[in-house]
Design a protein around this ligand. Structure first.
Ligand code: GSH
Length: 224
């Protein structure tokens, strides 16, 4: 698996790669991760596109975290990531919500911090591409973040309400829905020292339990 890394090759902070790491661990499938930097497009050219995660399983190459989850479910049905077509359809909603709402929300708190952890050879590309996306400097995007925390936390009631009724987004055990949201929260955890959640937030408590799943895969991940 080609996995986004920082200047420190042990620092892995891609929210999409973390979704895949959790899904592979859920299936009990061993994985060798290969650190990848933004400007190393040649290293994943074999996949026909320029983003990670990319996995190679024998002759099969699969990219895009959602497609990888579908592939893993096909080759290794148990333990399930989705629990059937309806579960998969619901997980697709979570994936879209995480991409459209959570990632964009989190980016505004950590995008300048990311510049400090990406590999020096990636820094110019990272700044230019993200500043073009936001239409302003990374410093300006991140400015005043303490004042914006309450609005970010107000995005999370859909998760809190579910966790009030059940231990995991997947019900009595974690499912790919848990991997999507936890993978997304691995991004700020592994790229920044800024805390988005209070310790007593039910989302933080659930995330703590996710960090301890799969032999403490998330808990053991390097942080800045
Ligand atoms: N929809 C893709 C998104 C993958 C993606 O955007 N990955 C980022 C790393 S977090 C990337 O490779 N970006 C390359 C770039 O920005 O040049 C997925 O779910 O895997």
């Amino acid at each position: 698996m080609h996995d986004l890394a920082g200047a420190d090759p042990e620092l892995r902070f891609s929210p999409f790669c973390w979704r895949t790491r959790f899904a592979l661990a859920h299936k009990g499938l061993p994985v060798e991760t290969i650190p990848w930097r933004f400007t190393e497009t040649g290293a994943i050219a074999f996949s026909g596109q320029g983003r990670v995660p990319v996995i190679r399983d024998g002759d099969r190459v699969v990219f895009d975290s959602w497609s990888i989850a579908e592939y893993l479910e096909e080759i290794c049905p148990t333990p399930a990531l989705f629990g059937g077509p309806i579960g998969r359809a619901h997980a697709l909603f979570i994936n879209s919500w995480a991409d459209a709402v959570l990632l964009g929300g989190i980016a505004r708190f950590i995008v300048r911090d990311l510049l400090d952890v990406v590999d020096p050879k990636d820094q110019a590309y990272f700044r230019a591409s993200r500043e073009a996306r936001f239409g302003t400097s990374l410093e300006q995007v991140q400015a005043g973040r303490e004042d914006r925390l309450a609005a970010f936390r107000d995005l999370l009631p859909p998760i809190r309400l579910v966790l009030r009724k059940q231990a995991w987004l997947g019900g009595s055990t974690p499912s790919y829905a848990d991997h999507i949201v936890a993978g997304t929260l691995m991004w700020p955890r592994c790229a920044s020292r800024f805390s988005l959640l209070t310790e007593d937030d039910p989302v933080a408590v659930w995330f703590g339990r996710m960090l301890d799943q799969y032999g403490g895969l998330g808990r053991g991940a390097k942080t800045p």
